[in-house]
Design a protein around this ligand. Sequence first.
Ligand SMILES: Cc1ncc(C[n+]2csc(CCOP(=O)(O)OP(=O)(O)O)c2C)c(N)n1
Ligand SMILES: [Mg+2]
Length: 522
Amino acid sequence: MTVRDAVLRLLRAFGMHRIFGNPGSTELPLFLGFPADFEYVLGLQESVVVGMADGYAAATKNAAFVNLHSAVGVGHAMGAIFTAWKNRTPLVITAGQQARSLFPFDPFLFSASATELPKPYVKWSCEPARAEDVPLAIARAYYMAMQPPRGPVLVSIPSDDWARPCDPVDPRRIGNAPRCDAEVLATIGDLVDQSHRPAFVIGAGVDRGCAWDEVRDLAERHRARVFTAPMSARCGFAEDHPQFAGFLPAMREKIVAALAGSDLVLVLGAPVFTYHVEGHGPHLPPGATLCQITDDPDIAAWAPIGTSVVGDMRRAVRELLERPARPDRVAQPGRAARPRAEPSTPMSVAFALQTLAEVRRPEHIVVEEAPSSRPVMHGYLPTLRSETFYTMASGGLGFGLPAAVGVALARPTSRVIGLVGDGSAMYSIQALWTAAQLMLPMTFVILNNRRYAALQEFAPTFGFAPGAKLEGTDLSGIDFVALARGMGVTDAARVERPDGLRDALASALQSSAPALLEIVVA
Ligand SMILES: Cc1ncc(C[n+]2csc(CCOP(=O)(O)OP(=O)(O)O)c2C)c(N)n1
Ligand SMILES: [Mg+2]
């Protein structure tokens, strides 16, 4: 058996039959006699490769296998690796390396610090001391990637290792759903039971941890107001539920204001709290107590206040549900209704997303990266089902288009909508080519406002006068229909007027190959 045979055998056992990559000379030996039960998914730049793998792993709930080209490929991918780290997405990343006998001569393409390069945004990185240790390293990498909190790991593999003889490595079974500390969880249960006006703050860990139904049952039992955590990368609670109270902004004072009136705040699967701008004063309204359940010990450690417990989300919430119910609470108000968006030329984002919400089905999956449109989306395109909303937790643009392709690959019977801003799309536009090559029946919706609107809207926070010119935020002159066609997405159209939108969306949502709709918005 060779290292190549042993690694492929492990990948089969781990259910990793797809290899997301962009090849170089140092990786080619892996593909000698490439077996027919594997599929190579080619991305045309490494951040696209890792973004696709991120979406794929998130949607399959299994680690995805990535193959990058030495230091240069890892370098290109670094922003996407940071995003996978923040998303808690399990990725087994392999990087090509020069042949071992060349190491003394600082050869062309050598990655001299291969294991240091991706740090600190991998859970583990390794270049095995001997070729025959590569399969063991791959096995350990997989187990580590899958252990909560999940995340990316990296193995650097010298090119001559693949053909070396080695012993097979048998896959092992590892239980990965740790139970919370019973005493602390009981304390949290008591605090929730004793509260009069509880609020739940739901983070990405709820949807990732498959605890959507349990969290809804717990919220209904306690008649809690339910908020989505600041910058949450997933949706863990139906946004049309009468108890849904809205989205917390990433700013301390505004969070305190939103939570005012609650005497108990239970944070599920989220940090306390993710802030984007400076704030001062308390983290909670006066008189409120905070509890947190998370699968991430680091997030529990830095929470500034409250009682935290670390463990498997679904298990923890089920244990809380086993406690006797407290029926004597009054219902609290949910979210106020939004006014209907009216048609105009150019269209408002609200009108565009309201129309999309009317045309799409609730089970359609939205992968979003449209920064200034996000708050509008919160009002006009509600997420209603588990595992139907994905974005990135890192703030690093370039995730949306490739991640949408990865999710579409993972969920062939679901319609995936990549909802992406014009600026965001250009960080990883090559993902369209992969979607076209794979003939994925998915829909890209580009919200083209010809600018980096989020930065323009942010500028007053730093003292700019409203509407003042802001350097580096004008993106006029990009033709997404031409870009799409140039990469093989022939079903591409632009809508500039509101009367054409509904039909254009309906058609783009029924395509049998990738379709792109560029919506010109105000
Ligand atoms: C990799 C990366 N570079 C730069 C930024 C800063 N940034 C935040 S929002 C934004 C604008 C995004 O533009 P677009 O996708 O068109 O959305 P809009 O703001 O217009 O809604 C930029 C450049 C970032 N978040 N990530
Ligand atoms: Mg824009």
